[in-house]
Design a protein around this ligand. Structure first.
Ligand code: MN3
Length: 200
């Protein structure tokens, strides 16, 4: 059984970039529903106890007829965990040290990285996610559709933004690009750096 922990910050902590109501519904309704449906999808399978990341990294342990449900709802659980953790009311506002250097080396500059990431988020057709990942040691921006998760392809997430409409619609309506560009002050670069150091 998987369970959803309370957010590490109050619902209004991401104001004014993300409004309180959006955070509340996103976490308590959308995310909770993924957890509930994940538990239904794995019911009776006798899987070993493991983190949701471990489960998604090895989907071969899930029988084929339940696998898509685990991809959808397990991905929905894991992707949102990374998303909530990526954001914080405090923390470093820009990448530092080794992480900053890796971003500069790969994308040219922090500004160019942000531009490319926003483009990936805006260009994701329909619902999905924009990610910064490490893929076999290489830093990359990738998109994923629906609740597909890059961990199922062996990648390690460093940072993610949710581009499903439920993440931004109350405040930004159809203006996904505005949400993407307004989002940067929320990113906790200390956490991103810790993920990077661990994954390298
Ligand atoms: Mn979402």
């Amino acid at each position: 059984m998987y369970k959803l922990d309370a957010l590490q910050y109050p619902y209004d902590a991401l104001e004014p970039v993300i409004d309180q109501k959006t955070v509340e519904v996103h976490h308590d309704k959308h995310h909770q529903t993924y957890v509930n449906n994940l538990n239904k999808a794995i019911e009776g399978l006798g899987l070993k106890e493991q983190t949701i990341e471990e489960l998604l990294r090895d989907l071969s342990q899930v029988p084929e007829e339940r696998r898509q449900a685990v991809i959808n709802h397990g991905g929905g659980h894991f992707n949102h965990l990374v998303y909530w953790e990526t954001m914080t009311p405090g923390g470093a506002k820009e990448p530092q040290g080794e992480l900053a250097k890796a971003i500069d080396d790969k994308f040219g500059s922090f500004e160019k990285f942000k531009e490319a990431f926003e483009k990936a988020g805006a260009g994701q057709f329909g619902s999905g996610w924009a990610w910064l990942v490490l893929d076999k040691g290489e830093m990359k921006i990738v998109q994923s559709s629906n609740q597909d998760s890059p961990v199922s392809k062996g990648m390690t997430p460093l940072l993610v933004n949710d581009v499903w409409e439920h993440a931004y619609y109350l405040k930004y309506q159809n203006r996904r690009a505005d949400y993407l560009s307004a989002w940067w002050p929320l990113v906790n670069w200390d956490i991103v750096a810790a993920r990077y150091a661990k994954a390298k």
